[in-house]
Design a protein around this ligand. Sequence first.
Ligand SMILES: [Zn+2]
Ligand SMILES: [Zn+2]
Length: 82
Amino acid sequence: MATCEVCGNDYALSFEVHAQGAVHTFDSFECAITRMAPICEHCECRIVGHGVEVDRHWYCSAHCARTGDPRRGREARDSVPV
Ligand SMILES: [Zn+2]
Ligand SMILES: [Zn+2]
């Protein structure tokens, strides 16, 4: 049993996420995403997939990178092999 650090649920199937030297405990992926996923700087959705980084700014997609930063995001491509 471990308590979710987002919602406080004490749940038998809670799990840990180890990231950048810290250990987080969650009862669900939804809570993990709420705490850990970056937020797109253009449309403000949570970035659950690969996302796109342009000069240390995070976007959910190449479209948002190009729209949010037309100059530096011009070359942005979704990081999905084609
Ligand atoms: Zn939770
Ligand atoms: Zn976006």
